[in-house]
Design a protein around this ligand. Structure first.
Ligand code: CUA
Length: 320
């Protein structure tokens, strides 16, 4: 009983295909349930018949040896069951991943080992980039275009549907609609190198008005630091050469190699879903990237003093 409850409890959650929150996830969920339950019932029925055929007294199991067993059990039953399952599977396949009119376009690029996320301009709203976090409005279809910058990755948000490969030089698409607000977790589902397992992202589904507010804020340049400590942090960011890999819109930092940090302080996590985002984890990350996530492109900046790190991390954290 307890183990059953535990098994069921593990089915819900922020990263579970068994807890569909919209899109194709519900259709795929039911396909999986019907296939699994059906296969289990058939397995037990066949095993039961087999045991009966072996152990029942010969006069009682005689009926099993006739031609009917083959005609009905071996031919008719599989033909009927498979002829129903195949069209059902094909219909699910046809109805998944349909691009809806009015969908919100989002572009995601898989990189070793993080996610570049771009929101193209739409009507009057300007385009902008962010990283490792996809914010979406509830109820509006989302059209995600994915590709990769280096090796093959795979984009997967279990609560919203199936996986889609991210292949360098090719654009694949994935469509879904979030049905309830919440925070979900996406992962890389294709081995892509040392830190494949540490390549996750958050999907934040907001009410449409909250999404518009978020979008308006993200499109703005970075806020000006308003404390001496933060001004010092920005200066360290500049002199440390951070701007050759990172963009902070509104400053001279315009590197395109790493994640856009314009509003890094507004994100929930750092390091592609590895740590909650705060001054302490940011400072630890800057000083120890190669210890925390060996093989990432960002070197460890171990030469900063503790005070410098606090100022630098404080500045980044202030970029809301
Ligand atoms: Cu990217 Cu695995």
């Amino acid at each position: 009983m307890l183990s059953c409850a535990l098994a069921l409890a593990s089915c819900s959650g922020v990263q579970s295909a068994l807890d569909p929150a919209g899109g194709d996830a519900l259709r795929i969920y039911w396909l999986a349930v019907i296939m699994t339950v059906g296969a289990t019932l058939i397995f037990f029925a066949v095993t039961g018949l087999l045991l009966y055929a072996i152990f029942a007294p010969p006069e009682r199991r005689a009926w099993l040896g006739g031609r009917n067993t083959i005609v009905y059990g071996g031919l008719a039953f599989p033909i009927v069951v498979l002829s129903m399952l195949l069209p059902y599977g094909l219909i699910v396949m046809r109805d998944t991943d349909v691009r809806m009119p009015g969908a919100l376009p989002i572009e995601v690029v898989g990189e070793q080992y993080w996610w570049r996320v771009r929101y193209p301009g739409e009507d009057e709203r300007p385009a902008f980039s962010t990283a490792n976090e996809i914010v979406i409005p509830v109820g509006r279809p989302i059209a995600v275009s994915v590709t990769a910058a280096d090796v093959i990755h795979s984009f997967w948000i279990p609560n919203f549907g199936g996986k889609i490969d991210m292949i360098p030089g090719r654009v694949n698409s994935l469509n879904f609609t979030a049905e309830r607000p919440g925070i979900y977790r996406g992962v890389c589902a294709e081995f892509c190198g040392d830190q494949h397992a540490r390549m996750a992202f958050d999907v934040v589904a907001l009410e449409p008005s909250a999404f518009e507010a978020w979008r308006t804020n993200q499109a703005k340049p970075a806020p000006e630091p308003d404390l001496p400590q933060l001004v010092r942090g920005r200066e360290l960011f500049r002199t440390g050469g951070c701007g050759s890999c990172h963009v902070v819109r509104g400053t001279e930092a315009n590197g395109l190699f790493g994640p856009d940090l314009t509003h890094v302080g507004s994100r929930r996590t750092i390091g592609a879903g590895q740590f909650p985002n705060n001054v302490g984890t940011l400072a630890g990350w800057i000083a120890n990237t190669q210890h925390i996530k060996p093989g990432v492109r960002m070197p460890s900046y171990g030469s900063f003093t503790g005070e410098d790190l606090r100022a630098l991390a404080g500045y980044l954290e202030s970029l809301k």
